[in-house]
Design a protein around this ligand. Structure first.
Ligand code: FES
Length: 125
């Protein structure tokens, strides 16, 4: 087994703009899951798209995952906000709980997923 997880390229770096998100479907721990790929302060992060409060996607009510300040991720159902770098809830509701992080990479103008728990990217979502 190699020391590095397998890489699953998803898009060109330019397709993931600052403060924006893209969604993809992937096989994660042998289940199909939706993943949020975000860019914040230049870095790419990825999270399973499921709120810690209830099993809803963060964009279940609105097609947005960043709050109006652009500084936090926000679930559109009841408004829990998360730090984009860690996925930790900073709301009183579910304070300290965190989104499930997935390892993303960016290299040579390409963004993708590189995580041992992922076996395939299925599609854009
Ligand atoms: S389901 Fe996300 S805040 Fe309640």
């Amino acid at each position: 087994m190699s020391a590095d997880p397998p890489r699953f390229p998803f898009c060109a770096s330019a397709a993931l703009a600052e403060g924006r998100h893209l969604k993809l479907k992937m096989m994660f721990e042998a289940r199909e899951e939706e993943c949020l790929l975000i860019r914040f302060h230049g870095q790419c992060y990825a999270y399973i798209n499921r709120c810690v409060h209830m099993p809803r996607p963060l964009d279940c009510e609105q097609d947005l995952v960043f709050d109006p300040t652009g500084l936090y991720l926000r679930c559109s159902m009841h408004g829990i906000v998360y730090t984009p770098e860690t996925g930790v809830s900073v709301s009183a509701l579910c304070e300290g709980e965190r989104l499930r992080a997935v390892s993303a990479y960016e290299e040579n103008g390409e963004v993708g997923i590189a995580d041992w728990r992922v076996s395939a990217i299925l599609s854009a979502a």
